[in-house]
Design a binder for this molecule. Structure first.
Ligand SMILES: [Zn+2]
Ligand SMILES: [Zn+2]
Length: 330
């Protein structure tokens, strides 16, 4: 890798490093300066330290998993085989290339299309994009159910770590809320002169300012993501609705709030609150709200929809589709 590339990669870690340093400082300021130096009541000390450590462990765990869980790439069967690639490259006519893609897509559970109704194909990764998958130019790869690329964790948030990211937001909020609530009393005592102490006063003051600041900002972000989960939409899909053979539908994957939550957090409620893998499915296929409606000839063009009952072997016949063309991502 070139020096410039190396610098760019190093620089990309700056926001995440800043956040980690801030978390380390907040740990020191709370445990040492507030609990060990400022607090005098030992019962209060033990209670604060216990609750603080439980929240801190959950917060760091979720942050770690959001940062270091690699984004998941589409399965091999979505990649162009060597033979297909050779055929595709030797084929000069666009219609011929479309035909090759349509043939490949017929074996795959893909339902979403480009705006022009074409099979979604990633030119850079040379693969047919599964539903809800997008190419991330920063990660330089296709990411399953890509939500967004988050600079604060220097990672792509997608199918593999969306639950971890939500828990990271939730535990950061809880962490800030707990700090602000317990620090406030001592902040007032320092402010009114009831307590004196140069260094601790400074740390306690900043603990309150930083925790309130993060709490306010993250409340909006967390609220937005709670709404997205309830609607079964990724951030990318909220900006541009997924396109189905019948046209764009922002509620295409919306199965109702309960099912939408279980899709991200899983069936076992006891796993919901821990950053461990529990999301439903494998990230390549997502049940669709319109599956049953699409079979209704009044609502859909049956010629375009030949849906099997099986979940993984949906089969689409696009022989008659005149608008099939290759999507080239820019
Ligand atoms: Zn790609
Ligand atoms: Zn990315």
């Amino acid at each position: 890798m070139s020096l410039a590339g190396l610098c760019r990669r190093g620089w990309a870690w700056a926001p995440a490093l800043l956040l980690a340093l801030l978390a380390l400082w907040s740990y020191y300021a709370y445990v040492v300066e507030l609990c060990l130096v400022t607090l005098t009541n030992s019962l209060e000390k033990v209670a604060y330290l216990t609750v603080f450590h439980v929240i801190f462990v959950l917060f760091v765990w979720a942050y770690w998993k959001s940062t270091f869980t690699p984004p998941q790439q589409p399965d091999k069967k979505f990649h162009m085989s060597y033979a297909d690639k050779e055929r595709y490259e030797n084929e000069e006519r666009p219609e011929g290339q479309r035909q090759i893609l349509a043939e490949m897509a017929r074996k795959l559970p893909v339902s979403t299309r480009t705006g022009s109704g074409a099979i979604r194909f990633c030119d850079r990764c040379q693969l047919i994009k599964p539903d809800r998958c997008h190419h991330c130019s920063i990660c330089a790869m296709c990411v399953l159910k890509m939500d967004h690329h988050c600079p604060w964790v220097n990672n792509c948030i997608g199918f593999s770590n969306y639950k971890f990211f939500l828990l990271f937001l939730a535990y950061t909020l809880l962490y800030c809320m707990f700090i602000a609530a317990t620090v406030f009393k001592y902040f007032l005592k320092y402010w009114t002169g009831e307590l004196s102490g140069g260094r601790s006063k400074f740390h306690v003051l900043f603990l309150l300012i930083v925790s309130v600041m993060f709490f306010v900002t993250l409340t909006f972000l967390f609220g937005y993501h709670c709404w997205l989960v309830s609607q079964n939409r990724s951030t990318l899909e909220a900006f541009s609705a997924p396109v189905f053979p019948n046209g764009p539908d922002k509620n295409g994957f919306n199965l109702g709030v309960g099912k939408n939550i279980r899709q991200v957090f899983g069936e076992k409620k006891r796993l919901w609150f821990f950053p461990v893998v529990s999301s439903q499915g494998d990230g390549h296929f997502f049940p669709m709200r319109t599956l049953s409606e699409a079979r209704n000839p009044l609502l859909a063009n049956e010629e375009q929809w030949e849906e099997d009952d099986g979940v993984d072997d949906n089969h689409h016949d696009y022989h008659h589709s005149p608008s099939l063309s290759v999507e080239i991502d820019t």
